[in-house]
Design a protein. Structure first.
Length: 404
């Protein structure tokens, strides 16, 4: 739980009659899903979810009872505490997966712009589309015996703490590609040299960075990409590796009905109740012209699941590729050696965007994917798409104040 003092703390009132003070802190998510059915009467469907509603902690300056008397002037500030998660009743809906329930109970970060004549967060580009927003408001109302007299609200930006967790793999999620295989040749129509395999594991999570950043705080993570080349003959050498172009895909999922599982792009395409908006941000390019290969004994790389090649064909392992090629004799049906190399690709996020922590709420989710496009001589580019998490824990960052 984190305590905050609002930046518009001093309120001066001079009521002409007795007034009751009501002040709240609320969190709301709002989505607008376009209707793709031509015969539909409405062009889009809007949904609003009030996931947090707290009565603010009484200030020492509040009168007791909390009634403003006529003819008196009052000065007081708003003090409030933001919990780490909501109560279960805020996300009360049928669930089949308990981890999804836990994600929905965590407070989401502020995201997008609040609808209205004065949009909030105008100085921040958090890569959120116009179809969704998550906002937190301090609401103050004054009422008399006849009802509401006046009310005002102020929007604040909230980034709750989150833990470093392994990426979530939703069942049937084709958004990621952790391995790819490609045949290499001497030219477009040249003879076959071998098969190149490219594989990566999800990297460590990236810490959330507030803007503007402090000097020397380019927090990064490193992605290890393993390359293995299987030659068709003793004389075949590994292909030349060029540059690795990296992008981070920022996926915003939104729906107008409560979701019961982690969203995927495939689900969003097939379900008219939800949608997805993806922004692709370029990251620094790395050149591997001087990459060195190590010759090692041949070990088939067998897959537990079929992998998709660049041409859309599927096969069960890299070793199966060699059964398709011609051999000089039965003894040379498999090569006696292979080559391996390791790419270390640094991930440095740009300092002109706000990458909010990864989260999954009832209506809105934000996820991140690293895309790697590797240039390979004698073949088309190879692509990997690797999930990565962004988390918020200032206590783990050097030079940061955990309470700040």
């Amino acid at each position: 739980m984190t305590s905050y003092l609002s930046n518009f703390e001093v309120i001066v009132l001079d009521p002409s009659c007795d007034l009751l003070v009501i002040d709240m802190f609320i969190g709301t998510s709002s989505t607008l899903v376009p209707n793709n059915i031509p015969s539909a009467a409405l062009g889009s469907t809007q949904a609003d979810h009030l996931f947090l509603k707290l009565e603010l902690s009484p200030s020492d300056a509040y009168p007791v009872p909390r009634v403003l008397r006529a003819g008196r002037t009052y000065n007081f500030d708003f003090q409030f505490c933001i919990p780490q998660q909501t109560l279960p009743r805020a996300s009360k809906h049928f669930m089949t997966d308990d981890p999804v329930v836990q994600h929905h109970l965590q407070l989401p970060p502020s995201l997008g712009r609040k609808r209205g004549p004065t949009p909030s967060h105008s100085a921040y580009d958090d890569l959120a589309p116009a179809m969704l927003s998550i906002y937190y408001d301090i609401v103050a109302e004054l009422s008399d015996d006849d009802g509401l007299v006046s009310g005002v609200s102020a929007n604040i930006r909230v980034v709750p703490l989150s833990n470093m967790e392994p990426p979530i793999y939703a069942e049937g999620n084709d958004d990621y590609r952790l391995k790819e295989e490609r045949t290499t040749r001497t030219g477009t129509l040249g003879r076959k040299l071998g098969v190149l395999a490219m594989e990566a594991e999800p990297p460590e999570a990236i810490p959330y960075m507030e803007l503007p950043r402090r000097a020397g705080t380019d927090y990064t993570t490193m992605v290890d990409v393993m390359l293995r080349f299987y030659p068709v003959s003793e004389t075949a050498k590994p292909p030349r590796i060029g540059t690795s172009k990296t992008r981070i895909w920022v996926s915003n999922f939104y729906a107008f009905s409560i979701r019961t599982r982690i969203p995927t792009a495939h689900d969003a395409m097939l379900d008219s109740r939800q949608g997805v908006h993806v922004s692709k941000v370029k990251l620094p390019t790395v050149n591997y012209d001087d990459l060195s290969w190590q010759r090692v004994p041949y070990v088939p790389l067998c897959s537990s699941q079929p992998e998709t090649t660049g041409r859309g064909k599927r096969h069960d392992s890299i070793a199966s590729t060699f059964s398709l090629g011609s051999r000089r004799d039965a003894a040379s049906a498999e090569p006696i050696h292979s080559y391996i190399a390791r790419l270390e690709i640094p991930i440095v996020l740009p300092d002109h965007k706000v990458f909010v922590p990864t989260f999954h709420s009832c209506l809105v989710s934000r996820t991140y994917t690293l895309q790697f496009l590797l240039e390979v001589a004698g073949s088309s580019s190879m692509e990997l798409r690797v999930p990565v998490q962004i988390y918020h824990n200032p206590a783990e960052l050097p030079g940061q104040d955990p309470a700040g």
